[in-house]
Design a binder for this molecule. Structure first.
Ligand code: GCW
Length: 681
C-alpha cells in the first residue's frame, strides 16, 4: 500500500480507494488520505480550512499546494486572471512562489477557493496531471439549489432513499456528522443552496423551535458555501399568527411576514429566503383572495428584502376549475405578470409544462418572461422514472431542456435562467440516493447547474471515474450503460411524446386505462386520448392550441406533425394508428418497437453490468445487479400492460414476431400497491 501510494505520488496521480468494502457512502469523493501532501494555507477562514483539508486528504500532490484568495499579497506579482471569476469562480495555476514551484488554488473569495480545491481533486481523479493543472471556471448560474420535499415527520414526498436526512426531533442539539458530509458532497459539485422542507409545507416549519433547528443546519452548511431556504406556507399568518386572512394586500399580513422574516434572520443571518407553492394542488395562496401570484410573491419579497433574501415562487399551477389544457395553465397565469415581480423574486418553472414526465418538451415559459428572473426546476428523484430501483441517468434529460432552442433570438433555455433547482433524491439510506447510479443524477444536476453547456456523456464519464476508479473497461461499460438509460425508460413507459400514463397516487407502474378520477387532468386518458382511430393530444389550433405559447419559430415547428420531432409527436398531435413514420413503419408498429427497445436496453445493461463483476466491489456490484433485475421485470410489466391496454382500444394485432403480453388487461388493471413509497397520505 505504501509503495503503491509512493508510486502514485511520483506519477502525480491520485489513488482511488482499493476495491474493498464499499457501501456508496463516499459517493464520488472516495479518495484516501495522502500524508505527504503539503498544503500551505494563506488566510484563516472556516472555508479555507475545509479547502485545505480536502486537498490534504484527497490528493497525492507532487508539489506544494497553496490555498489562498485573490487578495493574498503573495499572489500580486503573479498577476493571475481573477477578473470575471466573481464570488464563486476559481483558478488553479502552477506558479513560482517564494522561490519554489507550487500549485496555487484560489478564488476571489474563500468559497471560490473551496470550489477550486474540489475541481483539482476531480481533475486528478479523472486522470489529469496535477503538476500542470491549469483550471479556471466560474458558475454560469448564480443559484444552484436542491429542493428537499422532506416533511417534518421524517417522511419524504416522492423520496425513495429512506427517511429524511434531517432529524428534526434531535435538532438543534444533535448535529449529525452526516449533515456536514451532505454539505461537502454538494460543495464538491457547486450546489450553493438548499430548501430544507417540502413545498407542500406545514406552517410549523416557521415556528421558533423549527427556526432554531434550521439555524443549526445552516451553521453546519455555511462554511461549505450553502445557504438554507425554507418552504413557506402562504396561510401561516392565519395558522401561526391568529390572523383572519392571509391576503397579501392586508397590511397586518405583510407586517406578520416582516416580523417573521426578522425573527428568521436573527437566527440565520444569511438565510436564503422562501420557496412557495401557492394555489396549486390544494396549497393556499393569493388567488384565494383574488390577488395575483405577483401580489403574493412581492409581499413576501418586501419582508425579505431588507435582509437580502429571495422569494422563489413556483409556476407549477393548475386548477380543477379551469377547463383549459393543463399544459397551458402556468403560462396563461404567469406570462401576463412578466415585469411585475419585485427584484428579489424568482419564478421557478418546471422543465416541462406538465410534471417531470420521462420526456416533456421544454416549458413554454422559458424565454417568455424576459423581465422576470426565472429558475428551472428539475426532478432528480425519479418519481416517474422508476423510483430508486431503475437505472436512468438523467444528464440527457436535464441537458435536453437546457439546450432547447426557445425560438427567441439565439436563446437556448439555459441562457434565460437565473438558477436551477433540483428536487433532491437524497435520504437516510447509506448510499444517500437509494442506489449507486442515482448518485450520478445528483452529481450531474450540480455539474450542469454550474455549467449548463457541459455534455451529459462527459459528466457521466467523470462521475464513473470518481465512483468506480479509472479502469477503462469499467468506465467505458458504465458510461455506455448510462448513455441510453433514460431513453430506455421513455421507451418502456410510453414513447413518441406520450406522458402521464402512470398509476394513480404513488405513480408506481402503468395505469394508461385510468379514467375515473375526480379531476379530468388526473386521468391518463386525458393525456393520451387514444381511441380506435388514433392516439395523442392535439395541442395545435384544431385542439388546445398550446403550441401558440411558444415563440413563432418553435410554434410553427410543433404545429405540424411533419416538423415535430418524433419524440414529441403525440404530445402535440392526435394521429392515426396507421400513420406512416419516418422509418416507414406505422405509428402503432413504431410504438410497439419502442416498448421492445426499452425492455431490450435494460436486459443489455444487466448483461454489461454482469461483465464488471470482477472489477467492482461486492456490495455495490450486488445491489446494482439486483436492481437491474427488478428493472428488467418492471420494464416488461410496463410494456405488457401498456400493449394490452392499447390493443383493447385500437384492436390491432401485434406486428409479426412480437411477444404477446404475459397477462390479460384485467390482470394489469387489478394490481394494487397500497404501500408504495414516497406517496403523500
Ligand atoms: O410531481 C408532483 C408530485 C407531487 C408534488 C408536485 C409539486 C410536492 O406528484 O408530489 O408535490 O408535483 O411539484 O408540487
Amino acid at each position: 500500500m505504501k509503495a503503491l501510494a509512493r508510486l502514485a505520488l511520483a506519477a502525480g496521480l491520485l489513488l482511488a480507494a482499493p476495491a474493498g468494502a464499499e457501501d456508496g457512502y463516499d459517493l464520488w469523493l472516495r479518495m484516501r488520505a495522502f500524508p505527504d501532501a503539503t498544503v500551505l494555507r494563506h488566510g484563516d477562514t472556516a472555508t479555507l480550512r475545509l479547502a485545505e483539508a480536502e486537498l490534504r486528504h484527497g490528493l497525492a500532490a507532487p508539489l506544494p499546494l497553496v490555498v489562498t484568495t485573490a487578495a493574498d499579497p503573495a499572489l500580486a506579482p503573479l498577476r493571475l486572471p481573477f477578473a470575471g471569476l466573481g464570488d464563486e469562480g476559481y483558478l488553479v495555476r502552477p506558479a513560482m512562489l517564494g522561490g519554489r514551484q507550487v500549485l496555487v488554488v484560489a478564488g476571489n473569495t474563500d468559497r471560490g477557493t473551496l470550489y477550486g480545491a474540489f475541481a483539482l481533486i476531480r481533475h486528478a481523479a479523472t486522470g489529469g496531471d496535477i503538476r500542470t493543472a491549469a483550471l479556471r471556471s466560474a458558475p454560469r448560474l448564480p443559484l444552484r439549489m436542491l429542493d428537499h420535499w422532506d416533511n417534518i415527520d421524517g417522511t419524504v414526498e416522492r423520496g425513495y432513499a429512506g427517511q429524511s436526512l434531517w432529524d428534526w426531533w434531535t435538532l438543534p442539539d444533535h448535529r449529525n456528522p452526516r449533515y456536514a458530509d451532505y454539505a461537502r458532497a454538494n460543495a464538491s459539485i457547486g450546489i450553493n443552496g438548499t430548501v430544507l422542507n417540502n413545498v407542500n409545507a406545514k406552517a410549523d416549519s416557521l415556528t421558533a423551535p423549527y427556526i432554531a433547528k434550521a439555524a443549526a443546519l445552516a451553521d453546519v452548511f455555511r462554511p461549505w458555501g450553502i445557504r438554507v431556504y425554507l418552504s413557506a406556507r402562504f396561510s401561516a399568518p392565519i395558522e401561526l399568527g391568529g390572523l383572519k386572512t392571509a391576503d397579501p394586500r392586508d397590511p397586518a399580513v405583510a407586517a406578520w411576514w416582516r416580523t417573521k422574516a426578522d425573527e428568521i434572520y436573527r437566527a440565520i443571518p444569511d438565510f436564503g429566503g422562501f420557496l412557495v407553492k401557492a394555489n396549486s394542488e390544494g396549497q393556499p395562496g393569493p388567488r384565494d383572495y383574488g390577488a395575483s401570484h405577483a401580489d403574493g410573491a412581492n409581499m413576501l419579497a418586501a419582508a425579505l428584502a431588507p435582509h437580502g433574501g429571495t422569494v422563489i415562487w413556483r409556476a407549477f399551477v393548475y386548477a380543477e376549475t379551469d377547463p383549459t389544457d393543463r399544459a397551458k395553465q402556468a403560462y396563461e397565469e404567469f406570462k401576463p405578470l412578466d415585469g411585475t415581480f419585485a427584484a428579489n423574486v424568482l419564478v421557478q418553472v418546471k422543465n416541462g409544462a406538465i410534471d417531470f414526465q420521462p420526456r416533456e418538451p421544454f416549458h413554454p415559459l422559458f424565454g417568455a418572461m424576459p423581465r422576470t428572473r426565472v429558475m428551472a426546476e428539475f426532478q432528480i428523484t425519479k418519481e416517474y422514472l422508476g423510483f430508486a430501483t431503475h437505472l436512468a441517468y438523467l444528464g440527457p434529460l436535464f441537458a435536453e431542456t437546457l439546450r432547447a432552442d426557445t425560438g427567441r433570438g439565439k436563446q437556448r433555455v439555459a441562457d434565460t435562467l437565473a438558477g436551477m433547482a433540483g428536487v433532491a433524491n437524497i435520504g437516510r439510506d447509506r448510499d444517500w440516493s437509494g442506489s449507486t447510479f442515482n448518485q450520478a443524477n445528483w452529481y450531474a444536476f450540480g455539474r450542469l447547474a454550474w455549467d449548463p453547456s457541459l455534455a451529459p456523456d462527459a459528466i457521466a464519464r467523470e462521475w464513473a471515474q470518481q465512483t468506480f476508479g479509472t479502469d477503462p473497461e469499467v468506465v467505458d461499460t458504465v458510461t455506455a450503460m448510462m448513455a441510453g438509460s433514460r431513453e430506455a425508460v421513455v421507451d418502456y413507459t410510453g414513447a413518441l411524446g406520450l406522458a402521464h400514463l402512470m398509476a394513480t397516487g404513488h405513480h408506481y407502474g402503468p395505469g394508461p386505462w385510468v379514467k375515473d378520477l375526480a379531476r379530468p387532468e388526473w386521468n391518463p386518458v386525458y393525456y393520451h386520448r387514444a381511441d380506435a382511430n388514433g392516439i395523442g393530444f392535439d395541442r395545435t389550433r384544431t385542439g388546445s392550441d398550446a403550441v401558440d405559447q411558444y415563440a413563432p419559430r418553435v410554434a410553427r415547428r410543433f404545429a405540424d406533425p411533419r416538423t415535430t420531432p418524433e419524440r414529441d409527436l403525440l404530445w402535440f398531435h392526435h394521429l392515426a394508428w396507421n400513420r406512416r413514420m419516418a422509418d416507414g413503419r406505422t405509428l402503432w408498429e413504431d410504438l410497439v418497437a419502442h416498448y421492445d427497445h426499452g425492455v431490450a436496453y435494460v436486459d443489455g445493461m444487466a448483461h454489461q453490468w454482469a461483465t464488471l463483476r470482477p472489477h467492482i466491489d461486492a456490495e455495490r456490484w450486488q445491489k446494482t445487479a439486483t436492481f437491474l433485475a427488478i428493472q428488467a421485470r418492471e420494464a416488461r410489466w410496463w410494456r405488457d400492460a401498456s400493449l394490452a391496454y392499447w390493443m383493447s382500444v385500437n384492436h390491432l394485432p401485434l406486428p409479426p414476431g412480437v411477444a404477446a403480453p404475459a397477462h390479460d388487461l384485467a390482470w394489469y388493471e387489478a394490481q394494487r400497491f397500497p404501500h408504495a413509497p414516497g406517496n403523500p397520505k
